[in-house]
Design a protein around this ligand. Sequence first.
Ligand code: DGJ
Length: 730
Amino acid sequence: MDIRYIEENRLFVLETENTSYIMGIVDEEGFLGHFYYGDRIDPRDSSYVLNLIEPEYTPGTNGRDRSSFLDRFPFEYSGSNVGDYRNDSINITDHNGNGSVLLCYDSHEIFKGKKKLEGLPAAFGNENDTMSLEITLIDKIIGLKAVLSYSIFDGLDVIARSVRLENTSDYPIMLNKVMSMTMDMDNENYQLLTLYGSWARERMMDFRPIGYGDTLVESFRGESSHQFQPFMALVRNGDSQDTGKTYGFSFIYSGNFQAGVCRSQFDSLRLYMGICEKNFRWKLEKGKCFQAPEVILNYSPCGLGKMTRTFHDLFRNHLIRSPYKDKERPILINNWEATYFNFDSEKLLAIAKEAKKSGIEMLVMDDGWFGERNDDNSSLGDWYVNENKLKGGLKKLVDDINEIGLRFGIWMEPEMISPKSRLYEEHPDWAIQVEGRVPCRSRNQLVLDLTRQEVFEYVYDRIKDVLSSANIEYLKWDMNRQLTDLGSLWLDSDRKGELSHRYMLAVYDLQERLVTDFPDLLLENCSGGGARFDAGMLYYSPQIWCSDDTDAIERLKIQEGTALVFPLSTMGAHVSDCPNHTVGRTTPFNTRGDVALSGTFGYELDITGISRKDREAIKEQVENYHKFSDIYRNGDYYRLASYQRNHEFDAWMVVSKDKKRALLTCVQVVAAPNGKKRVLKLDGLDKNMDYRIADSNMRILGSTLKSAGLQIDMPAGDYQSKLIYLSSEE
Ligand code: DGJ
């Protein structure tokens, strides 16, 4: 990896192991252009890409056609209202009410390591494995600086990009829109891949053509959302796992976002990603900075598979900080689907005793242990133990659970307030609301205005009190509604547009304090299932609850879409009871286990009420987890078949980094009549190693398994699964 500035041609060249990213300064005005991103170009030819733009158009040689230049030049970070009519990188209003901005080269710096992004989650690296470039652009007329940051990481084909704005004028500048990155490139018949969804149906894959004008996804719900993921990819060969140029982008941010492509009249593309311009305004005072969140750019010359594995490696090695990231996570049993709100200490202890016999390691007490919370209509904010349910208090329960031999975890929803709560009686003004308008309830709750210091401190103190009151080793941090009524009772009118972003910064601040004060805590983020499953949250918690849909078959689609971007070790996945509470489907117990094994793995059922056979099966699943969890946690992921697209059959494989061990999971969703033969071409194995296939005596070379494939004999029936272990060691 290397970053260079070639003075002679005024070019910046970023080289990762297999990619080059080239920018250049053009004309005496210093326009910064984006010239190339793709397969690595020999350094001797870096300046060649300069010839591919059309210099005769630069204003320095043809001022008469300035607008033709501005409207087609591949800007690295465009201005607005100056002649470029494509979707802009930034939009402002200056103190005179004007909105023109044009940012040109001022200076740059190349250094080892990577700076932190103040108040925000971001990829990290040290002086040995990371290099960074900062290019400062300036608009001298309005007094605005934009520092574009780029970091590259040893052995990884990614670039982390972000922007920091600084007001160098004597007046405030209103920021109406700040993209974290825009990138202009030629259209080569790409399709746009995004992830869409809904509650219990998160991260479904959607491919669509890129038409003229804008094609985008966004969230302005105050969280990354069930509906769209802050991710997009340009793909050449549709869903091919191993062919076709693929550009992936993931936003390290958990709030409002927009991600899209603008196709111009000249058939060029401008890609963009950043905080959603809807519900965003930021008053940048004289001398102040605004830091936009970071985007990860990930180019794969060979399809989605490599893009996925690169994201996984980056997130595992340069984003997740938790000490748990390299550790086997405790196998937990969560009482939500077992009891919902209807539990007491006796019930939890009964679950714990039975769980212990099966080898489960932690009990997580979900919603309903505090205030007068017997359903979802009350008590959020009243984080005091309900002693009618937990007789003798929380510490007694935790001690008893520990005595049984299980660790203990707890659920909280710190950001919320129920109108029916002591907290609301005392502080009705603490809820986010527009003065004079009754705020919109969702799940009968409102959102606390965490941007107010006293609210922030109250919330943090409650979390700290609860966690310090007993031996609590895990926290599920839930958030069950989206933001509405974006009003603030304390921000000035010209700052009210800052609320959504300030809210997100406050959530990050809370979680930063939490992981600092409780470094050994296992934190799992959650939002009504998976509405905050994003790279931002991974900076604080090594795992995130994937979806409230625990049905093994629905999970195939949800986990495929999630694993497209995120490592398996981050996907909260549990075995639940049947008929499934969300879709009413009944699936075999081992299928539920095999699917959950590809995530964090745990249980979400009343273990005291299931059959003896299922309880015995848990022991076997627990054994598999201990045997294989390191492969799932650290290995390389290969998608072999997609039920989401073929509507019949799903298969994926995880291969250990040394390629000596691998696990293949196959799920036959719909049984095929008349003996349809299934042969899967296995990927990711070492072609020269021979592998023993599961418990058979067959030993086959990796190259043969890739070329000729492996025949999979599935048990008869719908929803059947098979877990096949391949080892070159046994
Ligand atoms: C939504 C979560 O996704 C569930 O797992 C559960 O914790 C409920 N909230 C509790 O209210």
